[in-house]
Each structure stands twice: as structure tokens, then as C-alpha cells.
Design a protein around this ligand. Structure first.
Ligand code: ZN
Length: 171
């Protein structure tokens, strides 16, 4: 995995006018802040289509929806798939403030998302660089390009602020 804050977009040729990719981590971080304001664990996600347009953005809503699967990534993927009328999002890029958990990593793979950018590592609940390492399994049929550590400190600061002295971490 490579950390890259401003890297030329390799796959943006689909949109002729889009030569460089534009980081959406700012928007993902605002979704995370909004989640914290709702009393949810501050994690945010933004999905962009092959032309770089934002097609979905979401923050955690597990408490609000009484749904343990309502992670930011899942909500963004569901919204984008519903809008696209497809269960797959080829060429799409997902920006998430925290390393996705195994459930979200599996959904990212199933949706055929092309590139995953994430912020802070999550040694406790993460499933990309830690724990289950979902994309590294032979059973994983689609592995996105992965870039970690983007605005990681901003993401970690939000989580620290939310969990305070307990330092519970995770989701
Ligand atoms: Zn998750």
C-alpha cells in the first residue's frame, strides 16, 4: 500500500476533461464530524464516479438506524448503487476517514470499487491492513487499489475527541 495525498489519477481518462483526481477527504472528514454531532462514531465516506463526480457521501448512522451495518461506507455504497441502478460501481473511488472494517471491505470488493483511499489505520477493527485483511484473501475476487494515511491525523483527532479518555477506538 502506498500513501499518496495528491497523486495523478491513473484511471480518470474516462472523463476527458478530468486529468487529475481531486481529493474528497475533506468532504469525508465533514461527514465524520457530522456523525460525531449526531452521537455516532465519527467516520465519513465519499464515493466518486469515474469522472470524479461525487455520487454519494455518508457518515455512520448505526445508532440512529439501530443498524450495526450502517457504517459510512455501506451507506455510501447503497446510495450510489441505488442511484446507478446497479450492484456494481466499476471505476468508482471511495474515500473513507478510517480503515474499513471487514464487513465494509467485503462490500467494497463486491461493488467492484476501483480505488480505496482511507485516513487513519484501525488496528482494533480494521479489515484491510489489520485483522481479516479481506483484500489479501484468495477468496477476494476484486481487490481495489488502496492508498492509506490520507489526512490520517485529522481523522484520528476526530475519533480521539469522540471517545475521549476512554480511548475505546473502533466503531
Ligand atoms: Zn465498516
Amino acid at each position: 500500500m502506498r500513501a499518496a495525498e495528491s497523486r495523478p489519477c491513473k484511471n480518470a481518462a474516462a472523463g476527458a476533461s478530468v486529468g487529475m483526481f481531486h481529493s474528497q477527504m475533506d468532504a469525508a472528514l465533514s461527514e465524520a464530524s457530522a456523525a460525531a454531532a449526531r452521537g455516532e462514531v465519527p467516520v465519513g465516506a465519499v464515493l466518486t464516479d469515474p469522472a470524479g463526480r461525487v455520487v454519494a457521501r455518508a457518515g455512520n448512522r448505526t445508532r440512529e438506524l439501530s443498524d450495526p451495518t450502517a457504517h459510512a461506507e455501506i451507506l455510501a455504497i447503497r446510495a450510489a448503487c441505488a442511484a446507478a441502478g446497479s450492484e456494481r460501481l466499476p471505476g468508482h473511488r471511495l474515500w473513507v476517514t478510517l480503515e474499513p472494517c471487514p464487513m465494509c471491505a467485503a462490500a467494497i470488493s463486491a461493488a467492484r470499487i476501483a480505488v480505496l483511499y482511507y485516513g487513519a489505520p484501525d488496528p482494533r477493527m480494521g479489515g484491510v491492513a489489520h485483522g481479516a485483511r479481506v483484500f489479501d484473501h484468495p477468496q477476494c475476487h476484486h481487490r481495489p487499489e488502496v492508498y492509506e494515511g490520507i489526512r490520517a491525523e485529522d481523522s484520528a483527532a476526530l475519533l480521539r475527541g469522540f471517545f475521549g479518555a476512554r480511548r475505546e477506538g473502533g466503531r
